[in-house]
Design a protein around this ligand. Structure first.
Ligand SMILES: Cc1cc2nc3c(=O)[nH]c(=O)nc-3n(C[C@H](O)[C@H](O)[C@H](O)COP(=O)(O)OP(=O)(O)OC[C@H]3O[C@@H](n4cnc5c(N)ncnc54)[C@H](O)[C@@H]3O)c2cc1C
Length: 476
């Protein structure tokens, strides 16, 4: 098979590395595309999208391959695979970074921290920049610097027509709005341009663990503590077991626990002062908070969620951590059957909540926290185990009922989350506006292998003018 103008690698079922090339982070996803077009350049992406369009092929777009729903790979169609396009180019004077569409957050953190700079990225280094950014982008720096999309300056996108367009505040502003939260619905992004901020490189960061029996007390203290904390403090609570990391004493490995992972985006001594009350609360099992290189801290969780394990998630925004919500979380979080299953609670607010509603397509700015309940099992484990972990995540979500608020983060939706949950992620107004932009840039819904926004009826189409500054396909 050949693709006109394509100079990357084409992988089909006949190739030795077909199975490796079609595997995504979630080992429970097993799809067999007809063709994987592994792109090396923007021109390859253009060629692959045009090829798919001309043959009406099912298209999946792959960045980091991390999405739990496995939308980066499809059955039978073509995978436009950007996973080898991982370059990061930093301009330390302008404090910006140009990042290719297949880069991982570890690539960005390494590239930017070399200059003492950073932008909000995910909390696991092997997560893809593209999928995370297009859904919104939560991370330890978001309360100080906003979501990843709040730091997005521009994106270069191959649309369903195979055109390469640049979207920014001044160029295709409707598309630029939609890309900041609307997911992979609008084309294949070959390059992202981000604003950067001075950070570290050493920051006060790390987790503090307490025994699972202390979960309710820890969560109540935590809620009050973070409600007063400065925006510099980013935290994620992790409930489950103590991961068997080399930095953790061996006798604690796999012990049921609750942890608060912290990162202070300010001076080290200020971080130590701000975090003192948290560290002094109760009797921690282990306290790993310390002055730490930010890039190393960002990679700290990588081994706890490896590629190839099987994962199933449920998620929602939370309006707060009332005593009643804390009781539900403390009651449910440690009922998972697998020691690998866990729950993460992201503290929102700060700069995230100060961006006006509607300024971007990310619609969850009212959520005080985001909770993601992660059922995990090993590839060899029986159907019984996967059924039990899946049932636990669903029961947990249901129990949270009255405490839900602020919608759901689209990037935490899993394979069986239906279109109603995609609407829940956006709310009616944002969804309607996204559907209009979708109709303008992808009226045939070529990019539907994602958390899909369906194009609006043609009567509502409004497309901003083609930018004269759209780059030629060879530009990098
Ligand atoms: C362990 C783990 C930790 C996570 N932590 C965080 C976190 O801290 N913060 C957070 O916000 N999210 C987090 N997420 C969720 C994450 O944002 C999503 O999984 C996201 O989809 C990952 O992006 P990716 O490029 O790896 O996705 P992929 O699986 O490659 O793609 C997912 C979808 O994104 C779109 N897409 C991918 N690449 C492109 C591209 N170049 N152009 C256009 N569309 C594209 C496509 O629609 C595709 O179907 C985490 C996920 C995991 C598994």
């Amino acid at each position: 098979m050949d693709i006109d103008g394509f100079r990357g690698r084409l992988i089909t079922a006949g190739h030795d590395d077909y199975d490796a090339a079609r595997a995504v982070w979630n080992g429970a996803v097993d799809r067999r595309p007809r063709l994987i077009a592994r792109c090396g350049t923007t021109a390859d992406v253009v060629a692959a999208v045009r090829f798919a369009r001309d043959r009406d092929l099912e298209i999946a777009v792959r960045g980091g391959g991390h999405n739990v729903a496995g939308t980066a790979v499809c059955d039978d169609g073509i995978v436009v695979d950007l996973s080898h396009m991982r370059a990061v180019r930093v301009d330390p004077v302008a404090r910006t970074a140009r990042v290719q569409g297949g880069a991982l957050w570890g690539d960005v953190d390494a590239g930017t921290q070399a200059h003492g700079l950073a932008t909000t990225g995910g909390i696991v280094g092997h997560t893809g920049v593209a999928g995370l950014t297009l859904g919104g982008g939560l991370g330890f720096l978001m309360r100080r610097h906003g979501l990843t999309v709040d730091n997005l300056l521009a994106a270069e996108v191959v649309t369903a027509d195979g055109d390469l367009v640049r979207a920014s505040a001044d160029e295709h502003p409707d598309l630029f709005w939609a890309l900041r939260g609307g997911g992979g619905n609008f084309g294949a992004v070959t390059t992202f341009e981000f604003a950067l901020h001075p950070l570290g490189p050493t920051v006060t960061a790390g987790p503090v663990f307490w025994a699972a029996d202390d979960t309710a007390e820890v969560l109540r203290f935590y809620r009050d503590f973070v409600s007063e904390a400065p925006d510099e403090l980013g935290t994620v609570v992790r409930l489950g077991t103590v991961p068997p990391l080399p930095v953790v004493p061996e006798e604690l490995h796999w012990r049921p626990a609750v942890a608060v992972a912290c990162c202070y985006a300010g001076p080290v001594d200020e971080g130590e002062r701000v975090l003192r009350p948290l560290r002094r609360f109760g009797t921690p099992l282990v306290d790993l908070l310390a002055p730490t290189p930010y890039a190393a801290f960002q990679g700290g969780l990588d081994d706890t969620v490896p590629h190839g394990w099987h994962y199933y998630w449920k998620s929602t925004g939370l309006s707060g951590l009332s005593d009643a919500a804390v009781s539900v979380i403390a009651d449910q979080a440690h009922r998972a059957g697998s020691p690998r299953s866990y729950t993460a609670v992201f503290h929102m607010g700060g700069a995230v909540a100060r961006v006006p509603r509607g300024a971007t397509a990310y619609a969850g700015r009212d959520a005080a926290f985001n909770i993601v309940i992660d059922g995990v099992w090993l590839p060899g484990e029986t159907g019984e185990r996967s059924a039990a972990e899946t049932a636990w995540t669903r029961r947990f979500l249901q129990a949270l009922g009255p405490h839900r608020g602020g919608g759901v983060y689209v990037n935490f939706l899993d394979r069986d989350d239906d279109p109603a949950r995609v609407r829940e992620a956006y709310g009616d107004d944002t969804y309607r506006r996204l559907a209009g932009v979708k109709a303008a840039y992808d009226p045939g819904n070529a990019f539907h292998h994602n958390k899909n926004v369906r194009p609006a009826e043609p009567a509502y189409l409004v497309r901003s003018t083609q930018s004269p500054q759209s780059p030629p396909p060879g530009t990098w």
